[in-house]
Design a protein around this ligand. Structure first.
Ligand code: NG1
Ligand code: ZN
Length: 532
């Protein structure tokens, strides 16, 4: 059944360089864009096989390296419900990507046999890329993979990661009772903007929002969204230049803002005191808000602040709707969540800590009726379980107040991209809450004060020597190191620090927080010194 000659002929056009070793990690395959050609070709075949394995359901492929430098690129597979690729297949992806050219066909046949893929099933794949210059040729390599195995491909063009996830879910639910929305970019904008209009109707006019688009795909997409929103939420777009080489994520974007704890230089002089602004990352799945406070200090409203704002709002609405008994709201964080946010949240609702990586957060959030998850770096969303969605749709409110709250909750389920973190959907969500609460950025920020914190990277000879437990909050190996960290932390007021190997870079990350800025920095550097 396998069109071997055809695959071989195409495969010769996309040879794998012998010395390269690829690995499908938390961010899919990610490295320099120019070395990814063979990977994309093989991912095309793999995506087709994943589709066949799932009875012809549409699989998504996103070509992006998110917040990484412009020369990097990457690729990730999206499962039929718009979720990350099933973990067991990550290993298959790496194995196929690394097979030497002459063994590729054998590896493929072996994989098809052991995974029991029925080749007579149809294969459908929808794919997109961000604005990176290497994206265009990588799409061609992917398309060759699809042609080689005879899969049906749909090109979603240049768009954001969350829109691709949306499309996958919309395509696969079309015509079913869980229909997610029309399977087009237009359908995505319609669904979100309509829900937004309903949620803010009757509220005071919202002041324009400054958006730093990281010079990436968020720029054209925010521009389009803005047309749907009209006057209900005016955007002032900055760093929207996708044409200048090297501009992507350079001195701008959500990752820059979070890691440097500074505004993008291009916004200095633009940002007025108290005015809220935000940054997207290179594929628009992360969001950071910020403002300049009354003393002139730059203040970040990161993923933890967003989670807090949103979770509190939803809890209130659930109560107002008279559903507090049957709908439980929970929050999922990682060890990087600021200690103050965890304290604030834990006093109000269940909070779980999971290892770094969206798949862990997403999975844990699914265990709640309503699961709010955010990484401190700004990636996150809210999940409503199927039974909760049904309850919200069918519940009979007994007072006008209940009815209003219920309407808001139902509109939120339409506003929020429940497939994956989505910076633009999250912008609308934040703006809805601020409008309802009549909060400025300053009032939002004052819900709790962040503990000063520091994140440092340490290059070590072998990062695999670092093994963790307790959701990455403690080291198991190297032996004895955790005890030393514990001792050190005790000497700092509010001191907390942990060490873990990065899943996306060849480094070990050290995080530290303390009540005083100088102490957080000192703790981080001292722990870093022990790691090296
Ligand atoms: P690693 O490199 O494993 O720390 C980083 C981010 C994660 C997540 C992934 C995927 C930090 C500290 N880590 O993971 O939160 O976003 O990249 O892109 O921000
Ligand atoms: Zn991203």
């Amino acid at each position: 059944h396998l069109p071997k000659e055809q695959i071989e002929a195409y495969s010769e056009l996309h040879p794998k360089a012998r010395h390269l070793l690829f690995s499908y990690g938390t961010a899919g395959f990610r490295t320099l864009g120019v070395v990814l050609d063979s990977v994309l070709f093989r991912v095309g075949i793999l995506a087709a096989l994943r589709s066949k394995k799932l009875d012809g359901k549409t699989i998504g492929v996103m070509i992006t390296a998110s917040h990484n430098p412009e020369d990097d690129n990457g690729v990730k597979l999206v499962d039929p419900r718009g979720e990350m690729l099933e973990v067991a297949w990550e290993q298959h992806a790496s194995t196929l990507a690394n097979a030497p050219n002459e063994e590729f066909l054998d590896a493929l046949e072996n994989f098809i046999r052991t995974t029991r893929i029925d080749l007579s099933k149809p294969a459908r794949v929808v794919y997109a890329r961000d604005t990176r210059p290497t994206g265009e040729s990588l799409v061609k390599a992917l398309e060759d993979g699809l042609k080689a195995i005879g899969a049906e491909g749909r090109d979603a063009g240049i768009t954001t990661t969350p829109i691709l996830h949306y499309l996958v879910k919309a395509i696969n639910t079309k015509g079913t009772k869980e229909e997610y929305g029309e399977d087009s970019e237009d359908g995505y904008f319609q669904k979100m903007s309509e829900a937004f209009r309903k949620l803010v109707s009757g509220r005071p006019r919202i002041q324009p929002l400054i958006i730093d688009c990281a010079n990436g795909v968020g720029a054209p997409i925010a521009k389009k969204l803005s047309q749907y929103l009209g006057e209900t939420l005016p955007f002032a777009l900055y760093n929207a230049d996708t044409a200048t080489p090297g501009a992507l994520n350079n001195n701008c974007g959500a990752d820059y803002v979070k890691t440097t704890q500074r505004p993008p230089p291009s916004l200095i002089g633009v940002l007025q005191q108290g005015q809220r602004a935000c940054s997207l990352d290179g594929d628009a799945d992360r969001l950071m808000y910020y403002f300049i406070d009354e003393r002139g200090y730059f203040t970040l409203l990161d993923g933890d602040k967003i989670a807090t704002l949103v979770a509190a709002f939803i809890v209130d609405l659930v109560k107002l709707a008279g559903l507090a008994e049957s709908i439980k709201v929970g929050v999922v964080q990682t060890a990087y969540a600021n200690g103050s946010s965890t304290k604030y949240l834990s006093e109000r609702l269940p909070v779980r800590c999971v290892p770094t990586g969206v798949k862990h957060l997403h999975h844990a959030a699914e265990q709640f009726n309503v699961g709010v998850y955010f990484e401190a770096n700004g990636h996150g969303t809210v999940l409503f379980s199927p039974s909760t969605l049904e309850k919200l749709e069918t519940h009979e409110p007994s007072t006008p107040a209940q009815s209003t709250a219920l309407k808001h909750l139902n509109n939120l389920t339409q506003l929020i991209n429940q497939t994956v973190g989505d910076a633009l959907s999250d912008v609308l969500l934040v703006e809805v809450v601020l409008a309802h609460k009549a909060y400025s950025a300053i009032e939002w920020n004052s819900l709790y004060s962040d503990l000063p914190n520091r994140l440092v990277k340490v290059h070590v000879p072998n990062r695999n020597a670092f093994k963790t437990e307790d959701a990455e909050r403690r080291l198991v190996t190297p032996y004895g190191l955790q005890a030393k960290i514990d001792d050190l932390c005790k000497r700092y007021d509010g001191g907390r620090s942990f060490v873990r190997p990065s899943g996306t870079e060849d480094v070990v990350r050290v995080y530290a927080e303390a009540v005083l800025r100088s102490q957080a920095d000192e703790l981080a550097y001292r722990v870093a010194g022990m790691v090296y």
